[in-house]
Ligand binder design. Structure first.
Ligand code: ADP
Ligand code: MG
Length: 658
């Protein structure tokens, strides 16, 4: 068993990396590198451009894997590490400093420094305190809230050094850190690296410049993917290095599962950066939102209109009764005179088991008088069954009975408006008399107000008298009812009742000199049409929601492509695949949640406008919640693909992306 102190922190054995293969020519960039680096060393790897330095650094930093050979980190073969474990190494062990700084453009200096700490699960206050202290130490105390483009190259590089240090930065991997800087800023950065080396950090510096390399304690030269020179560990450093190495032992595995608090912090972070991303592309975000808003709003408005129409028919059905049919005499289709509906016919119909009630009706506008008040009113002569058949209660007094009907009793019940006309000022009409035609009738009741209703007749403006009294005293020329209202025994028996009535009458009359109107069936059919229409409208609206979702996907795919480099930076600083997935999912869900909320509001406004035009509209909470939930699910579904695409990016490829 070797002790930790004997182990080099980093050991490369015959490391090879080839690119290409298949269609492309095979390029061997690293051709069998073997190298030990101990904790606490300050190593410069120097070589001409194209010699494979960056490739080597990507492998050292676990951003890329070698094609063959071994990379032992603290004695463990990195080849056996999964993506999460590699992310953990990048987060906890390494800190990268790149030639092009690789800062996230939309974040401030301090936020950039905080990124690795976010993925390490540090809480917000500690994170920002650490970042501030580091920036302060690197002379950027007053630049914390500047974005990268408001900083000079030297300042940006110092920000990236602070970022490399925020999780400890035990091993700093610097790839041409001075390459893009003027000599003064370059010297500044080198001084910083030397200081860090002094403080015990392991520094691996990559450069093509021998003068820069000379500032390290150990210089390794590579050419064409092979080590051609190695100055070796300086004498007298052995002891110190062993001590460093003893401290450099890393835990075997990442801590199992982040704490609940860290999870929430990460989500908050994702929401924040999502918000920033949306805000940066306001025009595009707005258009995408519009798609979702229209989708959600139309689902809500369409369903509200459909439900309004359905309810309206339902009320009509309720007031007329879903079981009501109308029957009257009519000339037969084959020609000849109309038939005569007799009392015996009615009795035969009433005795059918499918029929609950039969009411013959005569009705016409007739002159009605009280004192010197006269009015032409529709006088409805029906039976005692009228209130029940029409589901119509009385407001005062009573309705006449079957007995009073057969006794030809001269009684009258007033509609709401008729009562107001003849008895203005609220006087009690019960017991008073009206002259209908030429016959006096006694008022015994007032019907409840029915209100506005479709149909030509205004029921509130009628008066109701018994059928037989009407025939004897008012409609004297009339030998048969104008029409007969028939109520089936149940909603399910309407059709059976219609057939039975037809059969009985055909038998009695010998020919079809009558007609039966089945309003219930008609309304039923209308109701079904309306329902089908609601479904259709809802479906169209749902399709528009899906179209909105596709818009979200489109924008998210674009976002992922635009921010490939940011994804690479996040991965290099320790983001796991699921962190990236979460960030982009959060972004698309945030988009659809916002769109959903606006859509609900827009749907309510659109429905409200319809109400102004007297279109019946009934909002349903279920539809609203449903549409909102659909929008959010759409965001998850259509956002998943782009988010997964982002999460699966290869860190090296992403970093090189634009
Ligand atoms: P250095 O950093 O020393 O300038 P690199 O490691 O960046 O060199 O590149 C070494 C060689 O590998 C170069 O010739 C480069 O063209 C090649 N190379 C780097 N990345 C790829 C890649 N993804 N595919 C093909 N060739 C690559
Ligand atoms: Mg390079």
């Amino acid at each position: 068993m070797v002790s930790a102190a004997d182990l080099p922190l980093i050991a490369l054995r015959d490391l090879r990396k080839t690119y290409g293969g298949g269609e492309q020519p095979v390029v061997e960039v690293l051709r069998g590198l073997s190298l030990d680096i101990h904790a606490g060393e300050f190593v410069a790897i120097v070589g001409a451009s194209g010699s494979g330095k960056s490739t080597l650094m990507h492998i050292l930093g676990c951003l890329d894997r070698p094609t063959s050979g071994q990379y032992l980190f603290a004695g463990q073969d990195v080849a056996g590490f999964d993506a999460d474990r590699l992310a953990w190494l990048r987060r906890e062990a390494f800190g990268f400093v790149f030639q092009g700084y690789h800062l996230i453009a939309s974040e401030t200096a301090r936020e950039n420094v905080e990124v690795p700490a976010v993925y390490a699960g540090l809480d917000e206050s500690e994170r920002s305190a650490r970042a501030s202290a580091l920036l302060e130490r690197l002379g950027l105390g007053d630049r914390q809230h500047n974005r990268p483009r408001q900083l000079s190259g030297g300042q940006q590089q110092r920000v990236s050094i602070a970022r490399a240090l925020v999780n400890g930065g035990r091993i700093i991997l610097a790839d041409e850190p001075t390459g893009a800087l003027d000599s003064r800023s370059g010297a500044e950065v080198m001084r910083l690296l030397a200081e860090l080396a002094e403080a015990g950090h392991t520094i691996i510096l990559i450069t093509h410049d021998h003068r820069v390399a000379a500032q390290a304690r150990r210089v390794i030269e590579i050419r064409d993917g092979l080590i051609v020179a190695d100055s070796g560990v300086p004498a007298g450093q052995g002891k110190a290095l062993e001590e460093e190495a003893a401290q450099a032992r890393f835990p075997d595995a990442p801590p199992a599962g982040s704490a609940a608090g860290a999870w929430r912090a990460e989500l908050k972070e994702a929401a924040r950066s999502a918000w920033r991303g949306m805000n940066m592309n306001r025009g595009r975000t707005g258009l995408t939102l519009l798609g979702i808003v229209i989708g959600v709003a139309s689902v809500i408005a369409m369903l509200a209109i459909g439900e309004g129409a359905r309810q309206k028919v339902a009320t009509q059905m309720g007031s007329m009764g879903a079981t009501i049919m109308y029957m009257g005499s009519r000339p037969p289709p084959t020609g000849g005179p109309a038939g005569m509906v007799t009392e015996e016919d009615l009795a035969a119909i009433a005795s059918l088991p499918e029929v609950a009630r039969v009411m013959p009706v005569i009705g016409d506008p007739i002159s009605v008088r009280r004192g010197n008040m006269e009015r032409n009113l529709y006088v409805f002569a029906g039976t005692e069954a009228m209130p029940r058949m029409h589901h119509w209660p009385l407001a005062a007094g009573r309705f006449f009975s079957a007995r009073e009907d057969s006794d030809l009793a001269p009684l009258v019940v007033l509609g709401h408006k008729a009562r107001e006309h003849f008895f203005p000022g609220g006087g009690d009409p019960i017991g008073r008399h009206l002259l209908i035609g030429t016959a006096p009738f006694e008022v015994i009741g007032v019907m409840a107000e029915r209100g506005a209703e479709s149909g030509s007749q205004d029921y509130d403006d009628m008066v109701f008298i018994p059928y037989r009294a009407g025939r004897a005293r008012v409609y004297r020329a009339q030998t048969q009812p104008d029409y007969t209202v028939i109520e089936a025994a149940g909603a399910a028996q309407v059709l059976a009742a219609e057939q039975a009535i037809r059969r009985v009458l055909l038998e009695r009359h010998g020919r079809e000199d009558f007609g039966i109107g089945n309003a219930a069936a008609k309304l039923q059919a209308e109701m079904e049409t309306r329902e089908a229409m609601t479904m259709m409208l809802g479906l169209i609206a749902a399709v528009s929601l899906v179209v909105g979702g596709i818009g979200v996907m489109n924008v998210m795919l674009m976002t992922v492509r635009e921010r490939t480099r940011e994804i690479g930076i996040r991965m290099a600083t320790g983001a796991r695949q699921r962190d990236i997935l979460r960030q982009f999912l959060t972004e698309s869900v945030l988009l659809t949640v916002a769109g959903g909320l606006l859509g609900v509001a827009a749907g309510l406004v659109a429905g409200g406008l319809m109400l102004l035009w007297d279109v019946p509209v009934i909002f349903s909470l279920t539809a609203m919640l449903g549409a909102f939930a659909c929008a959010v699910v759409t965001g998850l579904l259509f956002g998943y693909l782009p988010a997964r695409q982002a999460a699966r990016l290869d860190p090296v490829v992403a970093l090189a992306g634009e």
